[in-house]
Structures are given as C-alpha cells and as structure tokens.
Design a protein around this ligand. Structure first.
Ligand code: GSH
Length: 195
C-alpha cells in the first residue's frame, strides 16, 4: 500500500502537508479533490475537508495530525524545534496560524468591495504587525525551519497566489523571512506567483 494525499492545489493546509512531505523526501501519490466532486474523499474519510492522508491504509484527517504522523514515521529532517518547551510553542504557533490568522486571510479573500477590503486589511495588519515583531532579528522562529514557519508561510503565501495581495514594503523583516522561506523551499519567486 502506498501513501496518498487527498488534496486541492490551492488549499493552504494542503500546501503545508506537501511542504512537510517534500522536506522529509517522502514519496506519495496525489488524489486531486474537486470542489464539486468529493465522492472519493467522502468514501475514504467520511468527511469533506482536505487534506486527508491515506497512510498505507490508515486514514488521517487534518494537516496538524498528518504532519505529526509524518514526523513520527519519518523523523528525518525534523519539522519541530529541539527542546520540549520550544516544541510546545511551535505547536501553539501552528495552531494560531491555522485557527486565527486564517480568519484574516479569509476576510481578505471574501472582500468584494473597497469598504470590505479596507476592513479586511485593517484586521490583517494586526497580525502582520505581530509577525513583523516576531521576525525582527531572526532567520526562522526557532533554531531552524519548523512547522511554525511552514504553517504561517502557507497562510501568507495564499495571499500572494490566490488573493493577489502583496505584503506592504514597510514589513521589512516579515518580507525578508517570506523570501528566505521561498528560497529554502525552492518555490518560484513570490512576485512571479503574484503577477
Ligand atoms: N484544520 C484543517 C482545515 C482543513 C480545511 O479547512 N480545508 C478546506 C480547504 S482549505 C476544505 O477542505 N474545505 C471544504 C469544506 O469545508 O467543505 C486542517 O488543518 O487540515
């Protein structure tokens, strides 16, 4: 039995899992799930959200649990920082990104008029300011690239790829970290994908 990832190309949670798989060099098959055709996903997992992993027959739902399972089964290129306390903080930041930051990203995507866009940018700015502080004087959040960086990066990357929004130039440390992530993950330039 193989490893299969039920996914959609634009989902930030699926991108998070694809990055973990790539860092760990784990081979897998992709099952692309279409918005209006979730039959095979529902049959396999009993629910309609992606990502879902078929790990040699074991069904794992949710990017956080999939990442944790991949770390357990494939400990090479660890996605967590060294030290128990930092690991706890890494998991908290992953959760903040998945459960809090995402709401500001969704507001940006759904903003259909200038007024809604202005409000969405105001909400997003609260998080961008925190992140600018977090990345000031730092390469990665912990001693190396971890799941906290990956989770935050995939949310912000979605702003460039889907929302077509560029993080303003004033957020210097945050933008420098985005570029570093882009290079570390060997992805095309942020500006190419935003064009
Ligand atoms: N907490 C989940 C979130 C997954 C999620 O919200 N997936 C979205 C795509 S980004 C989805 O499949 N939505 C379809 C639906 O809700 O019907 C994770 O980390 O995997």
């Amino acid at each position: 039995m193989a490893i299969r990832l039920f996914q959609s190309q634009t989902s930030m949670f699926c991108e998070k899992v694809r990055i973990v798989l790539a860092l760990k060099k784990v081979p897998y098959e992709v099952v692309d799930v279409k918005k209006d055709d979730r039959k095979s996903l529902i049959e396999f997992s009993g629910q309609r959200k992606v990502p879902v992993m078929d790990y040699h027959g074991q069904c794992v739902i949710d990017s956080t649990f999939i990442s944790a399972l991949l770390e357990q089964k494939h400990p090479q290129s660890s996605i967590y920082p060294s030290g128990t306390s930092d690991k706890g903080l890494c998991l908290m930041l992953e959760d903040w990104s998945d459960e809090v930051l995402i709401h500001a990203i969704h507001l940006m995507r759904r903003a259909e008029n200038p007024e809604a866009r202005k409000e969405a940018e105001k909400q997003l700015a609260i998080h961008l300011k925190s992140l600018e502080q977090l990345f000031t004087g730092k390469k990665f959040i912990f001693d190396r690239l971890t799941l906290a960086d990956i989770a935050i990066f995939t949310q912000l990357h979605y702003l460039y790829t889907v929302v077509k929004y560029e993080i303003p130039a004033g957020y210097k440390s945050l933008r420098a970290w985005m570029e570093l992530m882009q290079q570390s993950l060997k992805l095309p330039s942020l500006y190419d994908v935003a064009a």
